[in-house]
Write a protein of this length. Structure first.
Length: 150
């Protein structure tokens, strides 16, 4: 068991950053989409949630998330809505234009992912899907599920 744990830790340290930088946030995708594309792509999962929840779950500092949100508000893609019970809390709502832009960005993102995954055989793709499902289940155990959308 200890040997498996060591291997797993090695894999997490070595391959998760590569996975993220090659599949989810590669240079070629950053060149085609604006700096804050991950925020708008994930906005549907955080609809009417506090900005802090979105920042924490996307691993973006709250100050950086605030600047992303303000830019998206200025662009007319998001709206800030004060919390009804606590005026210090600001919630995020996607505007109709934001949904249109999100769909456009999602298409670019989907095309990118499909192109990358086309390197896999159908068996590898099925294994990968099952692995991602397992990682999702594990990740949800690590976080406060009240703050994250399943």
């Amino acid at each position: 068991m200890e040997e498996n744990m060591d291997k797993m830790i090695d894999y997490l340290l070595a391959f998760f950053p590569l996975f993220y930088m090659e599949l989810v946030n590669p240079k070629e995708l950053r060149e085609r989409l604006p700096r804050n594309y991950m925020v708008i792509l994930n906005s549907k999962y955080y609809e009417n949630k506090p900005i802090s929840v979105m920042a924490d779950n996307l691993s973006i500092s709250r100050s950086h998330m605030t600047s992303h949100i303000y830019q998206l508000v200025d662009d007319g893609l998001l709206r800030k809505v004060p919390d009804e019970k606590d005026r210090r809390i600001i919630r995020v709502v996607t505007t109709p234009e934001g949904r249109r832009v999100r769909d456009k960005y999602r298409k670019i993102f989907d095309d990118h992912i499909e192109e990358k995954l086309s390197l896999l055989s159908s068996i590898e793709l099925e294994e990968f899907y099952k692995s991602v499902e397992t990682i999702k289940k594990v990740a949800l155990k690590f976080i406060n599920t009240k703050k994250f959308i399943k």
